[in-house]
Design a protein around this ligand. Structure first.
Ligand code: GTP
Ligand code: MG
Length: 440
């Protein structure tokens, strides 16, 4: 559908459901007839821009729909950069729908229509009120599920990210000018000097690009959470670890190998970062059809994960290498390729209460007990570290510091791969929940 910003758009700006207050918003290049019709010509003439005015909202027969507050914003001093009328009424779904219908009816001659999700923000972007990064930040702020994610989105909305990009563009222009100057004045001295300067500038540019990329990845992880798959042989304690991280009995735990058949997913907030933890069926050769299907789902979960925790029982841990190497899975010949993706791996040795090893990182592995909780703080810290959290802006909630020592070679790779995908995926906004989107 073509987006014409020539006609007024109307929408309920507040979330569906009952609330004390609800807002209907109208935006257009010319909305005075709507203002006059809904508020009455006398009050409409008295409205001062950006002032809250007590008003009765009227239907076509001059009957009162609701009694509330009207605020008129005149272009370009409004969210969208157009004239905007905000009607704050009582937040009942019926009354808001009546008010919305009334505005549409009053603006029919102007071509008024219902706003599409995000269309107010689109107009703000088209009218140069905000740039693209800020427009995306609006959606992120509304969707934020942790305080840290909300802060990050609000910084982007305030233009921090855009400013960083503008600075990058400026640096690039300078480097280009310098390169052109060295080409135009190829005297030896100048060339020598110029080449050194160019190299320094390009190196500095590279650092700036890396920093912007890192911040974008962190933003993506904050928004979408980090997908963490728990994988290993049956009975190593995957479900116990999910329960321990979640702080409640999410998955069934028994002493029988092969308890978990289906994947179980739970969102867990650790210090402001959302982990989407996926518990899976234990990997082993099996003739059981249901278990086989579960194993297939396990492999799919690994494919989607940013970080794979490879769990192994401390009383049976191999000396080195991946614990998955010792799993016989002849029934699925390509399973190793299927889990070979770009997710970072952390080898987690569980049940140290039985083996007597010390909790925490050691020689590239993390030692824990899902039963006693020993080592879980180190595991959380390591996950935060892999998410790039230890470089997060300083006003994030305190999340503990990574204890170090467990830096597998893929450190950072988790978010490099995953974050990159997410940043790209985030651009499409596909599948977003637009329940409140009309008002944006
Ligand atoms: N002592 C001890 N026992 C544990 C620990 N973690 C898990 N267990 C026990 O190990 C058994 C298996 O635990 P689960 O969490 O069901 O293991 P799982 O990996 O999910 O097993 P499957 O679902 O069959 O693949 C249970 O009897 C748990 O109580 C631990 O840290 N210490
Ligand atoms: Mg299980």
């Amino acid at each position: 559908m073509p987006h014409s910003d020539e006609v007024p758009i109307v929408a309920i700006a507040t979330a569906p459901g009952r609330a004390g207050i609800g807002v209907v918003r109208v935006s257009g290049p010319q909305i005075d007839p709507v203002v006059a019709a809904v508020l009455g010509p006398e009050l409409a003439a008295r409205l001062r821009p950006r002032h809250a005015t007590r008003a009765r909202f009227l239907d076509a027969h001059q009957r009162v729909i609701d009694d509330g507050i009207a605020i008129l914003y005149r272009a370009p001093h409004s969210y969208t950069g157009q004239d905007v009328l905000e009607l704050q009424g009582h937040g009942g779904p019926l009354v808001l729908r009546m008010l919305q219908a009334r505005c549409l009816e009053a603006g029919r001659a102007l071509g008024a229509r219902l706003a599409e999700p995000g269309e107010f923000t689109l107009r703000a972007f088209l009218n140069d009120r905000i740039d693209l990064a800020q427009a995306e930040a609006v959606a992120d702020l509304i969707d934020a599920s942790t305080e840290a994610a909300a802060r990050s989105a609000s910084r982007s909305l305030a233009g921090e990210f855009s400013a960083a990009l503008a600075q990058l563009a400026e640096q690039l222009t300078q480097a280009r000018a310098l390169i052109e100057a060295t080409l135009d004045f190829p005297e030896e001295d100048l060339e020598e000097l110029g080449a050194r300067d160019v190299r320094e500038q390009v190196a500095s540019l590279q650092r700036s690009v890396d920093e912007v990329m890192r911040r974008a990845r962190l933003g993506a992880v904050l928004r979408d959470g980090l997908r963490v798959a728990l994988v290993g042989a049956p009975n190593v304690g995957k479900s116990s670890l999910l329960n321990a991280l979640a702080g409640q009995d999410v998955a069934i735990v028994t002493a029988h190998p092969g308890t978990t058949r289906d994947r179980i997913e739970r969102s867990i907030d650790i210090g402001g970062l959302v982990l989407n933890v996926i518990d899976t069926a234990g990997l082993r050769a099996t003739a059981d059809e249901v278990e086989q299907l579960g194993i297939d789902r396990t492999l799919a979960a690994v494919g989607e994960a940013d970080i794979v925790l490879e769990l192994v029982d401390a009383t049976a841990a191999p000396e080195r290498g991946s614990p998955l190497d010792s799993i016989p899975l002849a029934s699925i010949p390509d399973w190793r390729q299927r889990i070979g993706g770009h997710a970072a791996r952390i080898v987690v040795i569980n049940k140290i209460d039985l083996s007597g090893e010390l909790p925490g990182p050691n020689a590239g592995r993390l030692y824990i007990s899902a039963k006693t909780g020993a080592g879980l703080d180190s595991l959380r810290a390591e996950l935060l570290h892999r998410a790039g959290w230890d470089h997060a802006p300083s006003d994030r909630p305190h999340a503990g510091s990574p204890s170090g020592g467990c830096r597998a070679p893929a450190a950072g790779g988790a978010t490099a791969g995953a974050g990159g995908r997410r940043v790209a995926a985030g651009r499409t906004r596909a599948g977003r929940d637009h329940r409140t989107g009309h008002g944006r």
